[in-house]
Design a binder for this molecule. Sequence first.
Ligand code: SF4
Ligand code: SF4
Length: 440
Amino acid sequence: MKIKTKKNASVTKLAKKLLAIDDQLTGCMHCGLCQAVCPVYGVTLKETDVSRGKIVLLENLAYEILKDIDGLSERLDRCLLCGSCQTNCPSGVNTIEIFLHARRLITEYKGLNRIKKIVFRFILPHPKLMSFFVAVSGQVQRIFRRKANENMGTFEFPILRPFVGKRHFQPLETKSFSAKYGKINTSTGKSGIKVAFFPGCVPDKLFVRVSQAAMKIFDKHGVGVFMPDNLVCCGIPNLVSGDYVSFKRLVKKNLDLFKETEFDYLVSPCATCVSSIKENWFRFKNDFTADEQMLIEKIHYRIMDITEFLVDVLNVDFKVSESKINMRRVTYHDSCHLKKTLGVFTQPRKILKNLSGLEFAEMPEADRCCGSGGSFTLTQHKLANKIGQRKRNNIVSVNPDIVATACPACMLQLMDMLSQNGDNVEVKHVVELYAENMAD
Ligand code: SF4
Ligand code: SF4
């Protein structure tokens, strides 16, 4: 006789919830075309690392053939949520939606690990606390850092190895962008356009120069800017870890701040934030109040990556260089969120190809994932390094002085990979190059 234990009963409950998306799971015809594009499978060649294998495991759980939730959770975590499988799936399987849903159910079943709970629920909702951490770590970094790659000016922090591995960073900032600028509300100039600016956590705390470049560009083109004080994370780290409760809290906090002022577009230099706000806030909009739903819809149609804003809205007239002397060679890495989720890939190239002083060189596999994947690079450090090595090899194959991208999370990964290999390639955001190139 089969005895129904408490654990069995809760697995049954979890399986039933998963069965609710059975039509999505059965949409996979197991053709295996996702193998060719999956960066994780490309390194491990394990069927459970590609979306087809993960979907089979989820089907097995839905029908209670599989009951090892910890094992399943481990395999689901070996995914960058890069969207490469979804973009190339002939059956149109929405793999990202499936994996997000499964991660949420599993987190509800298992509970959230202690460190994530502290970060998601007690640190991310408090931007002033985060800015305080930036200031303190910026001040004391000299004691803890070791030079890593002299050419690239990078450092390693042995004290952080248990959390981030042997990672190379640029020097830490001593003040976050939001602490430097506070609330911004400038009037609309010659463009007649006002944007709400969402810097995103990485350009706010680690690459302040990217946010400053954006401000310089807005100023130059007479674009009014609204940036509320106390903006919080877009919620993507919470969502990918299945912590929907804290994701919703962060979204609500941000919505409350954006209620304050009218804006034509919401612009960010972070492709991950743009895709998360556009797709994920919208995906869960029915869980919010009527007023919040209206704002989520407005934002969904008005949010833009900054390169898209420059090219498609401002129609910037980039200065084409006539001189071929002292040209710096630049290549471009497509962020997965920017190209695969948002379909933006011509705009950054248009900017780079037309900036004076730059010679553009397309790298092989420019849209292959760099292995960053937000927290993936921390939790799956070895795997992220192996994926990143292929990207690094592709970058150096075109012998560039600079590799540009439009996602600060990718910038961290590219800088680390190049620095670890002893290379000498500058890592820049596209808008930094444009801001440097702009005529005064
Ligand atoms: S490409 Fe799509 S249909 Fe084919 S195996 Fe992968 S997820 Fe399934
Ligand atoms: S989202 Fe990316 S890493 Fe995850 S299974 Fe699909 S292709 Fe592989």
